[in-house]
Structure formats: C-alpha cells, structure tokens
Design a protein around this ligand. Structure first.
Ligand SMILES: N[C@@H](CCC(=O)N[C@@H](CS)C(=O)NCC(=O)O)C(=O)O
Length: 445
C-alpha cells in the first residue's frame, strides 16, 4: 500500500509533484513552439488526470493536430505499458528513462511528448490543458472556444484550488487513507465541497456562470468516475453524484457536450481501478454495475445561466397571487426570486406552504426549466414579434428600466391563473410596470 500510495505521518495520502513542467509557446528561444502533427499525448483511459487532456483536445477540435497514444495498466509490472510500442519502448517507465536517463520519479500519464526534439514537454495535466486551450488556436477547428478567459481566471483558479484538494485528489485521499482519522477528514471535506458545488449549480449552469471553463473540465473527469469507481472502491459513499439534483444534471450536461462522450470509457475506468489497485481490492473482481445510461438522459440545464443573468438586472420584484392551478410554477419561481434582496411577496398562504413540498417544487422546476419560453411568453406581453427568450429578455429589461420611477416593483410576477379578477389592490395600489401572467399552465410533456 505504501508503494501504491505515499503517506505522511498521520496516514494521509500525499500525491507526488509532476516533474516535467515546460511550456509550449511562441516566444523566441522556446524549443517547443506550437505546431501541427508534432506533439503527442500519452494517456490511460481510466486516468482522470489524463482524461482532462482528452476532453480539452476534443472540445477545441485538435484531433488532427495532436495525436494520442494509449497506455494500459499492467498489474504484474506495476505500471503503464503501451498498447503499441513507442520509441522502441514497451513500458512507460522505459519511455521516461529514454527521455530523461536517470529519471527517478513516477512514470505517470498524461505525458505531452515532442516528437521533433524527442522530449517530454510536460506531464502535469493542469498545465497541459492550459496549453491545449491557448497555444494551438491557429490549427484548431474550434479556435474561438476559450476555456480560460482573462476575466474569469481568478474565479476559475479559486474553484480549481478548492476542487483539486477536496475532490480531484480528495477521492484518492479517501481511498488511500491509512488511518480512520485521515479517511474521515478527507471524506468530510469531499462531501462538504460537493454540497457547496451543488448549491452554486442551482443558479449557475457551469462553475463560473454561463461559460464552460477549465474548472468544469477538471471537475468533470472526477465526477464521471465517481459512481462507478470512487463510491465503492474509495469508500466515497455518502451519496452518488446522480443523487444530487444539480450535480447529477451538470454531469449529464458536460457528458453531452459535443465530443465529450467519445472520450469517456466507463468499462476501462472500472477495470483500471478495481483490477489494478490490489491492496484495495485483493480479489480483483470488477463490479458489473452501476448502470450509467442515465448520462444520456436530458439535463434540462440550458436555461439556468440565462435566468440568472436576467434576474441580476432586476432590482425589485413583486410576486402576487398564485393559488389557482399555478402553484407549482409559483412555488418554484418564488424560490428562485427569493434571492432578490428587495423581494416583495404577496403570495397567499397556500402557495407559501407549497414551498415546503418537494413534489410541488420538482413539478414547478420541470415546468420552468423545460419550457421557459412558453412560460414567459404568455399573453400579457402581447407582442407577437417576441419569439425567443433573448428577445423577451431584452424587452423586459427595456420595459422595466423605462418605467422604474414611482413603481414599487421593477417586475411583478402575477401567479394568478387569470388577471380578470385582479383589482388595483393586488398590485400594491399601482399599475404594474410590467405584468407577467404565469397562468393556466399544464405540465410539459
Ligand atoms: N498531477 C498529475 C497526476 C498524474 C497521475 O497521478 N497519473 C496516474 C494515473 S491516474 C499515474 O500515471 N500513476 C502511475 C504511477 O504513479 O506510477 C497530473 O495531474 O497530471
């Protein structure tokens, strides 16, 4: 176990640092300039760190620019072996030796290899994905995708730091802990962080908002392995990812991004973890389950960032009425809008009690997120030109800004099934600046 997993004095797992840390770049004198057909990635399909590089390669559409060589674990040799011999080497350890005679560190994947200078450029996944994101744009088929934009760097780095320790490496800290205390600490930190992410994903489609970033890629490859490997083998078993409402859907969202599923191989993940970490699974039996086909089910997260973006621009919201057939949607909307500091609620007792009813929430949530366009494009706007959510959003903001002045609310959400019976009193004695009727809704099919 201690060879498999280095530990400190209290039995906690310590991950060794990667040792090849050069960067591909255009600055003069750099022996590794960006080029097509020159660099190769060596990966093991079970490995979450290597998987990050495959995801970014795929999202940036670099398949024709950077080639891939696959290694598989050999329990007998205790390390990676090439599926096809590379540079005259059968094992990854030989390959490291050939590139750097006398190398005494671990022979890990991923490896970014320069075929021209015959050198390992870098073997640290967090740095390789930064290079793949920015250094190959002149050759990439998806050059405009920027997973590490300047304005989000601080936020991305903040999530990365937290998630690396508690989640990416956290699952290994659970699995390789050699004392009860070390396991307890790692497991508590892991689930406290997953809970925190779950909350953030309630109102953000991705970790840093509407845009997919490197922080999501880094989290994804751990989440993808969680239910099939870490939950069982590493004892990360407080709950599965699919049991989290937001994290489960977020995992499906990322899995379904173009090209991502092609990088995922759950059978290899199970075989590599259960079949090769002998001290944790001496019999080497590989479990049959779990059924991961749910990853292809709808994620319903397309609108999440958009709703938040719209809501951020409204200061004062009133919610009125809402007991006749609209309770589900109303309850859910109230929950969403409750984040506004200046919320004025005028909902009736029945609606408020529904806030405590999880089934009602689920129904309201399904409605709002599945069919947001229809939900907001009800007759009160009466503008047939408004066809899309974006057009509606622009109009709403324009209306609310234009009529701010003496109104109590920037936005009044009328949750009655019909406005026919609404007197002035229902709108706080004023005509609303904007009235949205969320009414006569039936469950989406
Ligand atoms: N910090 C490295 C970690 C890479 C790593 O630990 N890879 C594992 C596979 S999941 C490995 O190759 N282990 C072989 C060994 O330690 O001998 C990175 O992110 O690139």
């Amino acid at each position: 176990m201690s060879n498999l997993a280095p530990r400190n004095q209290s039995g906690a797992y310590i991950r060794p640092n990667s040792q090849f840390r050069k960067f591909i770049g255009t600055e003069s004198g750099n022996p590794h300039p960006p080029a097509t057909g020159r660099y190769k990635l060596y990966v093991g399909l079970g490995c979450p760190w290597a998987h990050r590089t495959l995801v970014v390669r795929s999202l940036k559409k670099l398949e024709a620019v950077i080639s891939v060589g696959i290694v598989s674990p050999s329990p007998i040799e205790g390390g990676w072996i090439f599926n096809q011999e590379e540079e005259g080497c059968r094992t990854l350890a030989e390959f490291y030796q050939k590139a750097e005679p006398g190398y005494s560190g671990r022979s890990t994947v991923p490896v970014l290899w320069d075929n021209q200078t015959k050198a390992i450029v870098n073997n640290e996944s967090s740095e390789i994905i930064v290079m793949l994101n920015s250094e190959f744009n002149e050759f990439a088929n998806n050059p405009t995708l920027n997973l590490y934009p300047e304005e989000l760097k601080e936020k991305i780095d903040w999530w990365n730091e937290k998630i690396y320790h508690a989640v990416n490496n956290g699952v290994y800290r659970c699995g390789f802990a050699q004392t009860q205390e070390a396991y307890n600490q790692a497991c508590n930190e892991l689930f406290a962080t997953l809970d925190e992410i779950e909350l953030a994903l309630q109102t953000n489609r991705y970790l840093c908002g509407e845009n997919l970033t490197l922080a999501d890629v880094r989290l994804f490859t751990t989440l993808f392995r969680f239910d099939s490997a870490y939950y069982g083998l590493f004892k990360c078993n407080r709950q599965r990812i699919r049991d989290y409402q937001n994290l489960g859907a977020y995992l499906r969202d990322l899995y379904q991004l173009p090209g991502v599923a092609d990088t995922c191989d759950v059978e290899t993940v199970k075989r590599d973890y259960y079949g090769n970490l002998f001290p944790l699974n001496p019999g080497g039996i590989i479990p049959n389950g779990p059924d991961m086909s749910y990853l292809n089910q709808p994620h319903d997260r397309d609108h999440i960032g958009k709703v938040q973006c719209f809501m951020n621009q409204i200061n004062r919201v009133a919610i009125v009425g809402g007991t006749h057939g609209n309770e589900f949607t109303g309850a859910y909307l109230i929950q969403k809008f409750a984040q506004f500091p200046n919320l004025i609620t005028r909902s009736s007792f029945e609606t408020v009690t529904l806030l405590a009813n999880p089934d009602a929430f689920a129904a309201g949530r399904r409605y709002v997120e599945k069919d947001l366009n229809r939900c907001f494009l009800k007759q009160d706007l009466q503008d047939p030109a408004l066809k899309t959510y974006e057009e509606l959003q622009a109009k709403l903001i324009q209306n609310t800004l234009a009529s701010n002045g003496d109104k109590q609310a920037d936005l009044i959400l009328d949750l009655h099934s019909s406005t026919a019976n609404m007197g002035p009193d229902n709108y706080f004695g004023k005509q609303p600046s904007l009235k949205l009727e969320i009414g006569c809704l039936s469950e989406p099919s």
